[in-house]
Design a protein around this ligand. Structure first.
Ligand code: PMP
Length: 287
């Protein structure tokens, strides 16, 4: 039974209880992070905690912990976890209060952390890619906030489950945004293309890693709006996230992407990503 953290206490998951009047339960009034940990070493911790701060600022909720306190909480979850590789899930809600949309007069945030098993993406998916579908982005206009209110993402992700696919790629006003739970990249004519970080997408930590690695290796890339037609004409499509790492999308809406195999730039990027991840796993400072 995993050890979790709830409001200052470490306890077995089954014993963790939140009042039904918690605004996280009633309104989805909270934010979260998932921090990948390899070989018990948190990956890009500073960046995840900085995005957490941005999400909290976005919902006008004071951060209940300093970076040092978060780090200590995360270290304890990692130490007690049964796996060497974990995703540390952490969530902060605006806590309990009367059922009123307006913020409670006195806010007592709920802080919850738990370990999630983090298996490496299956080698078969890395080698062969995954299928995806597209759908109209039905989310709100603050997708940069990593909000626990994920109903639209849940419905959008289920569309791809129902279609036997790994992800739903989201189109808003004719432009490619991201996946229901991932960032997205294209390759066209040897250039990596990434949608810009606006309020309409989540600023992905893996997105940043991929662009940093491209920059370091001199792989050409552009960050600019991407039209739906460009998505459909792409030579390669990738999805990225802390849990999926980088996967090639080799079928989109039932059609092959490029030649239907993960492309050369994907193979280059995933090798760079895995090498980078291993430097972190050995506890070395990032190169
Ligand atoms: N976009 C959305 C909507 C997501 O849920 C995720 C996964 N957290 C991502 C992008 C990828 O972000 P990251 O690389 O930080 O996991």
């Amino acid at each position: 039974m995993p050890t979790v953290h709830l409001n200052g206490q470490f306890l077995p998951l089954e014993e963790a209880r939140v009042p039904v009047m918690d605004r996280g339960f009633l309104f989805g009034d909270g934010v979260y992070e998932v921090i990948p940990v390899y070989d018990r070493q948190p990956f890009r911790l500073e960046e995840h905690l900085s995005r957490l701060q941005d999400s909290l600022d976005g919902i006008r909720l004071a951060n209940p912990h300093s970076v040092a306190e978060w780090t200590a909480l995360i270290e304890r979850i990692v130490r007690d976890a049964e796996w060497e590789d974990v995703g540390v899930y952490l969530q902060v809600t605006r806590g309990p209060g009367p059922r009123d949309h307006a913020f409670p007069r006195e806010v007592r945030p709920t802080v919850f952390l738990m370990p999630l098993e983090l298996p490496a993406p299956p080698a078969e998916l890395v080698a062969n890619g995954v299928a995806a579908i597209t759908a109209e982005d039905i989310r709100w206009s603050r997708c940069d906030i990593k909000a626990t209110a994920l109903l639209a993402n849940v419905l959008l992700r289920q569309l791809s489950v129902d279609a036997g696919c790994a992800e739903t790629l989201l189109i808003r006003d004719g432009q490619l945004m991201e996946g229901s739970a991932s960032s997205v990249f294209l390759v066209k004519d040897g250039v990596i293309l990434a949608p810009p970080k606006t309020r309409l997408i989540l600023p992905g930590i893996t997105y940043d890693v991929a662009l940093e690695l491209a920059g370091r290796e001199g792989l050409p890339y552009r960050v600019r709006p991407i039209a739906e037609a460009e998505l459909r004409a792409a030579d390669e499509i990738w999805i990225t996230s802390s849990t999926k790492e980088i996967l090639a999308v080799t079928r989109l809406d039932g059609q092959p992407v490029g030649d239907g195999r993960p492309g050369p730039l994907y193979r280059r990027m995933i090798a760079l990503y895995q090498a980078y991840k291993h430097t972190v796993m050995r506890g070395n400072p990032a190169p």
